[in-house]
Write a protein that binds this ligand. Structure first.
Ligand code: MN
Length: 455
């Protein structure tokens, strides 16, 4: 059965054009005019985006002595509801485990209960001959991107090992995303804050100031320069870190940058709320920054210096956020976001004239598909691609509230925010998966094996 999406404007990285889209089974058969289908979906006045890809989620993750509120079932339903048809989650083997142990665990968490398509990055937090060999095997098993941490004792990797890993990734054509924050000085600042009795959430941003992200970015980029390999800076949050990226690019290095909606929309005054939970619910790392950083990030999106916007979705309920009431370092870090990224980027970005439709499509769909090696199967509305399509109504409106969200959390970081536009329908590989705000297709997500970076 062929379905014709008729009368809409098809968005790509180049902008939007008037065109109809014919779906046949799981694939897109044709894009253009004069097409006929067995079933016609009227898309007059709507924008048709390639399904959004969120390349940074943490579902069903044990961390900070608890477990994230969203697992693959709830997280992927929320993703789909917000137009995200594929997520790439972070498989995290425990120290001492093999990469295959980690991959098997993540397949177990996701397989059969995920409603959008998915892939896994692989965390490298240790170095030995087995892991070195496994990196090549991961590439063959569809895991082509890796993650390393410069902070967090449970996951951070020493410099010599990080360097070895970068060399090995270069050899096999893999790529690493790195969490960049200076570990040592942050620890010293935390100790000083605690010694003064400053144990509340307002100490969180103060102990992780902008220069400590920029320092780590510079540190990583100089190591990558010596290893002569490209890297991804995940969740970049500051103006200063962006400047370090520019300096590396000027030297001729290839650097990819990801940022997140919360760094584009929220300000660090959220941590000064005297109500503990109102502040604690925004704790994430890097922390939310200042207006000047937001503006620098929007500017970098406009100029194409930032390639992807992902969410770093890592959700905890308010009850879980209670864990740090007597010590801000015990607040589980992370925000819910997998459901709202498309709406926020359209509303604060396109509708407010900060970025174009083409920019939005590049950072949400096209670039993540290319960077993470699933282009052109994903990330584009073109013949032969998977029929993952978001039918977006730019005339609609969406009120973001905790009461109306599919994410398994009891708060929204954007409570009361009125987004311009509304997700009208979402198709996952040709099947209607969301209709009028309701998820109508569950557990149909598939593992998508990925190849090399094509960006
Ligand atoms: Mn993360």
């Amino acid at each position: 059965m062929k379905t014709l999406l008729k009368g809409g404007r098809v968005v790509s990285g180049h902008g939007a054009i008037q065109a109809d889209v014919l779906l046949d089974g799981e694939k897109i058969l044709a894009v253009g005019g004069g097409l006929e289908g067995d079933r016609v979906v009227d898309c007059t006045g709507k924008l048709l985006f390639p399904g959004f890809i969120d390349a940074h989620t943490h579902f069903d993750l044990e961390v900070a002595n608890t477990i994230t509120a969203d697992d693959f079932a709830t997280g992927s339903r929320a993703a789909l509801r917000g137009g995200t048809t594929m997520v790439v989650d972070f498989s995290a083997p425990d120290k001492g485990d093999t990469l295959h142990d980690g991959l098997a665990r993540w397949h177990q968490k996701a397989d059969g209960k995920t409603s959008c398509d998915y892939g896994f990055h692989m965390t490298i937090d240790d170095w030995n001959p087995t892991i070195s060999r496994e990196i090549g095997e991961m590439m063959e098993e569809g895991v082509s991107s890796f993650k390393m941490y410069m902070t967090y004792p449970a996951m951070m990797i020493p410099e010599d090992q990080m360097y070895e890993a970068l060399l090995r990734l270069k050899e096999v054509g893999g790529i690493a995303g790195v969490h960049c924050e200076n570990h040592g000085v942050i620890n010293a600042l935390i100790a000083k804050a605690k010694a003064k009795g400053a144990i509340g959430p307002s100490s969180h941003p103060r102990t992780r100031p902008n220069p400590l992200e920029a320092e780590a970015v510079s540190h990583l980029l100089r190591m990558a320069q010596v290893a002569d390999c490209p890297v991804i800076i995940v969740h970049l949050s500051t103006k200063e870190a962006m400047e370090e990226v520019r300096a590396a690019r000027k030297r001729g290095q290839t650097v990819y940058v990801e940022t997140c909606p919360h760094y584009l929309l929220l300000e660090d005054s959220v941590y000064d709320d005297p109500d503990y939970l109102n502040a604690a619910k925004f704790v994430c790392a890097p922390p939310i920054r200042k207006k000047a950083d937001q503006e620098a990030l929007w500017e970098a999106l406009r100029t194409g210096e930032i390639q992807t916007v992902s969410t770093d979705h890592c959700s905890f309920t308010l009850k879980q956020k209670e864990m740090g009431r007597e010590d801000f370092t015990k607040i589980p870090g992370g925000l819910p976001g997998v459901e709202t990224r498309g709406l926020l980027l359209y509303s604060a970005g396109v509708a407010e004239g900060r970025i174009t439709l083409g920019d939005m499509c590049r950072v949400l769909s096209e670039n993540p598909a290319k960077l993470y090696g699933c282009w052109p199967r994903k990330g584009v509305i073109a013949p032969g691609s998977d029929a993952d399509i978001v039918v977006y109504d730019p005339e609609g409106e969406t009120l973001l509230t905790a009461a109306d969200q599919a994410m398994n959390v009891d708060y929204s970081p954007y409570e009361g925010y009125r987004c311009a536009g509304r997700i009208d329908k979402v198709f996952l590989r040709g099947t209607l998966a969301v209709n009028g705000g309701q998820v109508v297709l569950e557990n149909a997500g598939q593992f998508i094996p990925r190849g090399r970076n094509q960006l």
